[in-house]
Write a protein that binds this ligand. Structure first.
Ligand SMILES: Nc1ncnc2c1ncn2[C@@H]1O[C@H](COP(=O)(O)OP(=O)(O)OP(=O)(O)O)[C@@H](O)[C@H]1O
Ligand SMILES: [Mg+2]
Length: 219
């Protein structure tokens, strides 16, 4: 009995937390939309561009909170074309003048929840670009398993922090993140998505000198 009661209490608590988080995110988003509108109507001033960027940053943080609060399970499974996704990434990297290498072996078609899986990939690749310069993404799809490694040449994550960085809102060494906005949810969302696909995300050392994030899922 005590165990069942405890379980119910925990469930209730998680539910309340999730409700609060999505409530707060939703309210903030409404105000942000108003900001954006006011800014668009303002006469052009020097600071406008920077303010626009701040609003963009806040918007993407709030979307991060919302995605986290929503949890997974909403999307149904489909087929993702990794080659097409890599092409899109390459195009984006070229536009932004960033060094990205992608490699794919095996069938490019994977059976996953496409939007969730793309969010998983883009959280890891986004981190690599945020904390490093050169990024290499490699996918190997064989015998019902897909392994994607994201390598970078940044500072990496010390071995004893590789558990912590997956915790929500945990960010390593704030000084290092100077000026780099983020919420510390990226990795925990990534892990949630990988696990809900029956796989996982792990961190290690990259031969490029930085972090290697490895996704392993049945696909
Ligand atoms: N490729 C990487 N190289 C070095 N440090 C990293 C890398 N990826 C993650 N980290 C460290 O792990 C922390 C947690 O990463 P996570 O993606 O969860 O949050 P974030 O990038 O800070 O914010 P966001 O919610 O916008 O993703 C980061 O703040 C950073 O300190
Ligand atoms: Mg991140």
């Amino acid at each position: 009995m005590a165990f069942i009661q405890m379980r119910e209490r925990i469930e209730r608590q998680i539910e309340q937390r999730t409700m609060m988080l999505s409530g707060v995110s939703h309210d903030l988003r409404t105000i942000l939309t108003r900001f954006r509108l006011q800014l668009a109507l303002m006469p052009p001033v020097e600071e406008k561009e920077a303010m626009d960027e701040d609003i963009d940053d806040m918007q993407s943080m709030i979307e991060g909170y919302m995605a986290f609060a929503r949890g997974e399970g909403a999307e149904s499974s489909g087929v993702l074309d990794l080659q097409a996704y890599f092409d899109k990434l390459g195009e984006e990297a070229r536009l932004r003048d960033r060094a990205l290498n992608t490699k794919l072996s095996g069938s490019p078609l994977v059976k996953v929840r496409p939007n969730d899986f793309q969010r998983l990939l883009s959280n890891l690749i986004g981190n690599a670009f945020r904390y490093a310069n050169k990024v290499e993404v490699q996918a190997v799809h064989t015998k019902g398993t897909l392994i994607v490694t994201v390598d970078d040449d940044g500072p990496g994550v010390p071995e004893d922090r590789r558990v912590d960085v997956f915790k929500p809102f945990f960010r390593l060494d704030e000084a290092r993140n100077l000026d780099k906005s983020g919420t510390g949810l990226g990795l925990s969302i990534a892990r949630d998505i990988a696990r809900s696909h029956g796989g996982d995300v792990t961190l290690g050392d990259s031969p490029m000198g930085g972090l290697r994030a490895t996704i392993r899922v049945p696909a």
